[in-house]
Design a protein around this ligand. Structure first.
Ligand code: NDP
Length: 281
């Protein structure tokens, strides 16, 4: 029976050590770390995400400001606002809540943020740094996944890691991070034949497809570490991309949904903000 990887608890431990780190740093810096979250429009889901991020920031001692803009804001106006925060020495992290309205290019907005303050890690320079093995800001969900794998005590080096999904926000970056940690990495996607056979060879299996319970016991090697990134609304419940009941019988470690990867994403956002504050800009 698999051991459950308690993402909620691991994220809470990270937040508590960040809180202590901020207390220490404040003594020498004379200010608290600061993040600005830019929210465009009135999307209810985005409002909830922003509220949760703000609450998490306050809990660890990061001062957070929500800059609310109307749905009709222009690309130029949004870029000027970002540039203002790029030059504000009290702001260590800038986050633009996605999705953005049609008239705005998400890519151009991500790239308008000073890469040192890009706490989401979506700036092209930060993505490029990861792919070329240089240091940069790592994006939050993949970084959280690596922390969850490490929490099991599993040595990543030398393992066969299979990542199912090749999106820019999860699949590709987590595959690169596993490679940086010296795993042998296979990336699978919707055109991969014999998915079950490929997954069943994985010591570490990361699934980010958005397909409810795609991965069953047949896809999993005995004793594997299984990280389920999927968050799928099915009826009233939230289910992952992994059939939790069936796979738990076979895996060595498994993340639940909810309570696995989700809480780690915000914890890593806070960690990126504190890193930026400590590094200076
Ligand atoms: P995308 O839709 O961008 O990418 C999905 C990937 O899965 C694609 O590469 C796709 O392949 C692949 N895929 C789809 N169906 C299959 C299949 N049947 N077999 C194999 N591969 C398949 O999704 P995201 O990466 O953005 O997100 C994935 C999941 O993770 C979602 O449920 C999302 O909600 C969740 N998520 C959770 C986060 C958290 O913090 N907990 C953060 C981010 C995402 P192809 O490229 O060929 O189309």
């Amino acid at each position: 029976m698999a051991e459950i990887i308690d993402g909620k608890k691991i994220a809470a431990d990270i937040r508590s050590s960040l809180k202590q780190r901020i207390e220490e740093l404040k003594k020498t810096r004379g200010r608290t770390p600061g993040i600005v979250v830019i929210l465009v429009g009135n999307d209810p889901a985005s409002q909830i995400y922003v509220r949760n991020k703000k609450r998490a920031c306050e809990e660890v001692g990061i001062s957070s400001r929500v800059h609310q803009l109307p749905e009709t804001v222009t690309q130029g106006a949004l870029v000027s606002i970002i540039e203002g925060y790029n030059n504000d020495p009290e702001v260590d992290g800038i986050l633009v809540q996605l999705p953005l309205p049609e008239q705005i290019s998400e890519e151009q907005i991500q790239n308008a943020i000073d890469p040192r303050k890009d706490v989401d890690g979506f700036h092209l320079l930060n993505e490029g740094a990861l792919f070329s093995g240089r240091s940069g800001v790592l994006s939050c969900t993949p970084q959280g996944i690596i922390e969850l794998i490490r929490s099991t005590g599993t040595e990543i080096e030398g393992k066969h890691a299979v990542v199912v999904g090749r999106s820019t926000i999860v699949g590709k970056p987590v595959a690169m991070m596993l490679l940086e940690n010296n795993a042998t990495v296979t990336i699978c996607h919707s055109r991969t034949p014999d998915l079950a056979d490929k997954c069943a060879d994985a010591d570490i299996l990361v699934v980010a497809t958005g397909q409810p319970e795609l991965i069953g016991a047949d896809h999993v090697k005995e004793g594997a570490v299984v990280i389920d990134v999927g968050t799928n609304r099915v009826g009233d419940s939230l289910v992952g991309d992994v059939d939790f009941e069936a796979v738990s019988e076979k895996a060595g470690y498994i993340t639940p949904v909810p309570g696995g990867v989700g809480p780690m994403t915000i914890a890593m956002l806070l960690a990126n903000t504190v890193d930026s504050y400590e590094r200076g800009h």
